[in-house]
Design a protein around this ligand. Structure first.
Ligand code: FAD
Length: 412
C-alpha cells in the first residue's frame, strides 16, 4: 500500500493490523474519527493468516493461524454483518479431531476411560475455574488419567502451547448472546483472513503495511510515531494492538511500570508449516485435525472441513523450528513423501501464556494506562480467541471520544 508524505495527522493511530487493531479501527472510523492503522507485516491480518495458492482455475486457501469462528462470537459477527460478509460465511463439515497413538489415528472417545469420566464430570457443576490452572481444574473434571492421555493434548492444541499452567478461566468461555441465526462453527470463503481484508478496506480507514513502528514519543498534543522506513506519523491518541513484547518496548519510554507488566507476559513460540497435497496422493481419512500427546506438534489442522475437489490442506503447529525434523514428521503423519507437498508455507508466531495471576496483572496494567492517551488491545487481556480480541477492542473504542475530548487537534 502507498505511503503518505513524511508526516500526517490522525485522531487515532492503531499499531498492529491483526483482528484487535482492525476491529478497534473499524469502530473508531464508524464514529467519524480519522484513523490510520500501521503494520510491520506486508499484509494485514496477523494471526488471521490464510495462505492462498492457485490450483488450476481455482484458488485454494488454507489456514496457518486461526481457523474457526463460532456463533457465540457476537461481536465478530456484528463486524461481519457491517462489512457485508454474511454471504461469504461457510459452514464446516462435522469431522472429528483424532488422537495419534502408536502411529495410528484413534477417535477421542476410544481413548477415554468412561468410568473415570463419569465419576469426575459432576464436579463441573460444583467447582469454580477462577484462580485454577487448566491441569488442576480440567484434570479434576475429566479425571487425571483422561487428562494425561487425551484432554491435555487437546487443550494444548486449542491454545497452541503447553496449557498445564494456563488459567482455566481463559481457555473456554460461556459467552452471552449466541447468534443462533448463524451456523454453530464457521469460516468464510477465502478463509478467515477475508474478515481482516474487509476491515482493512473499510472506506475512511487508511492502512499502511510493510513498515513497523520503531518508536513512539509524546508531543505537546498527542504522539509522534517513527516508522522503520524513517517516516513519521502523528496523532492525538494511539492504540497498540501488537504482541506484549512489542507493546512493552513501545510503551517503555512513556509508562515504564506498564512496560514491566507487559514484558512479564510469557510468550510461547509457534512454528506453522502448511502443506497442500493432491487428493489422489493421500489415503488418510477426512478429519478436522490431529493431536498427539508429547509430539513435535501441538496440532494438525486440516482444510477437510471445507473440502476442495483437487487439494487437501494441513497445517502443523510445531513446538520448535527444527525444519528437517518437522518435515520428516509431516511425511510420517500424512503418509506422503515431501515430493508431493504443494504450497509449502512456513511461518513463525508466538502466543501469550495467560496464567492464573494474569487477570489481576491486566487490571493493574489498565490502571497504569488510564488517561495516558495510549490504548492497549490484544489477545492477552480477555483471552486468545478472535472474539476476546474484538470484545476488548470494542470496549476501547467506546473510550475514544472521552480520550480525544478536550485535547486540541494536532496541526499537520
Ligand atoms: C495457530 C493459531 C490458531 C488459532 N486458532 C483460532 C481459532 O480457530 N479461533 C479463534 O477464535 N482464535 C484462534 N486463534 C487465536 C487468534 O487468532 C489470535 O489470538 C488473534 O487473531 C490475535 O489477534 P491480535 O490482533 O491481538 O494479534 P496479532 O494477530 O498477533 O496481530 C498483531 C499485529 O501486530 C503487528 N506488529 C507487531 N509489531 C509491530 C510494530 N512494531 N509495528 C507495527 N506492527 C506491528 C504484527 O505484524 C501483527 O499483524 C489462533 C491463533 C493461532 C496462532
Amino acid at each position: 500500500m502507498g505511503l503518505e508524505p513524511t508526516t500526517s495527522t490522525h485522531d487515532l493511530i492503531v499499531v498492529g493490523a491483526g483482528i484487535s487493531g482492525l476491529s478497534l479501527a473499524s469502530r473508531a472510523v464508524a464514529s467519524g474519527r480519522r484513523v490510520l492503522v500501521v503494520d510491520k507485516a506486508e499484509e494485514a491480518g496477523g494471526c488471521l493468516a490464510t495462505t492462498r495458492v492457485q490450483a488450476g482455475s481455482e484458488s485454494f486457501w488454507q489456514e496457518l493461524g486461526a481457523h474457526t469462528c463460532y456463533n457465540s462470537y457476537a461481536n465478530l459477527i456484528s463486524l461481519i454483518e457491517e462489512r457485508s460478509l454474511v454471504d461469504r460465511i461457510l459452514g464446516r463439515l462435522k469431522l472429528g479431531f483424532f488422537v495419534r497413538v502408536g502411529g495410528k489415528l484413534r477417535s477421542i472417545p476410544s481413548q477415554l476411560n468412561a468410568f473415570e469420566l463419569l465419576v469426575s464430570v459432576p464436579r463441573l457443576f460444583t467447582s469454580s475455574r477462577v484462580g485454577r490452572t487448566v491441569a488442576s481444574y480440567y484434570g479434576s473434571i475429566v479425571g487425571s488419567g483422561n487428562y494425561d492421555r487425551v484432554f491435555g493434548a487437546l487443550f494444548d492444541a486449542v491454545a497452541c502451547q503447553d496449557t498445564r499452567e494456563f488459567g482455566a478461566e481463559f481457555l473456554f468461555k460461556k459467552r452471552p448472546g449466541r447468534r443462533k441465526d448463524f451456523r454453530r462453527s464457521f469460516t468464510l470463503a477465502g478463509g478467515v483472513k477475508t474478515v481482516a481484508e474487509a476491515l482493512a478496506s473499510q472506506p475512511g480507514l487508511t492502512v499502511e503495511t510493510g513498515s513497523g513502528v520503531e518508536a513512539i514519543s509524546r508531543t505537546n498534543d498527542g504522539f509522534s510515531l517513527r516508522l522503520e522506513n524513517g517516516q513519521v506519523r502523528v496523532s492525538r491518541a494511539i492504540a497498540l494492538a501488537v504482541p506484549p513484547p512489542e507493546a512493552a518496548r513501545l510503551v517503555e519510554p512513556m509508562v515504564p511500570d506498564a512496560a514491566r507488566l507487559l514484558a512479564a507476559i510469557r510468550m510461547n513460540p509457534l512454528y506453522y508449516v502448511g502443506v497442500a497435497v493432491r487428493r489422489d496422493r493421500i489415503a488418510m481419512r477426512p478429519l478436522a485435525g490431529i493431536v498427539s500427546s508429547g509430539d513435535r506438534f501441538y496440532s494438525v489442522v486440516s482444510r477437510d472441513v471445507v473440502p476442495d475437489s483437487t487439494l487437501r490442506g494441513f497445517t502443523f503447529h510445531f513446538r520448535d523450528d527444527d525444519m528437517a525434523s518437522n518435515l520428516t514428521r509431516i511425511e510420517e503423519v500424512l503418509g506422503v513423501p515431501r515430493a508431493d507437498f504443494q504450497n509449502l508455507v512456513v511461518k513463525e508466531n508466538a502466543l501469550p501464556s495467560l496464567g492464573t495471576a494474569h487477570a489481576d496483572s491486566m487490571r493493574r496494567l489498565d490502571t497504569l494506562m488510564a488517561d495516558t492517551g495510549v490504548l492497549l488491545a490484544g489477545n492477552y487481556f480477555l483471552g486468545l480467541s478472535i472474539e476476546d480480541c474484538v470484545t476488548r477492542s470494542f470496549a476501547l473504542a467506546a473510550q475514544i471520544d472521552r480520550l480525544l475530548s478536550g485535547r486540541p487537534a494536532v496541526e499537520a
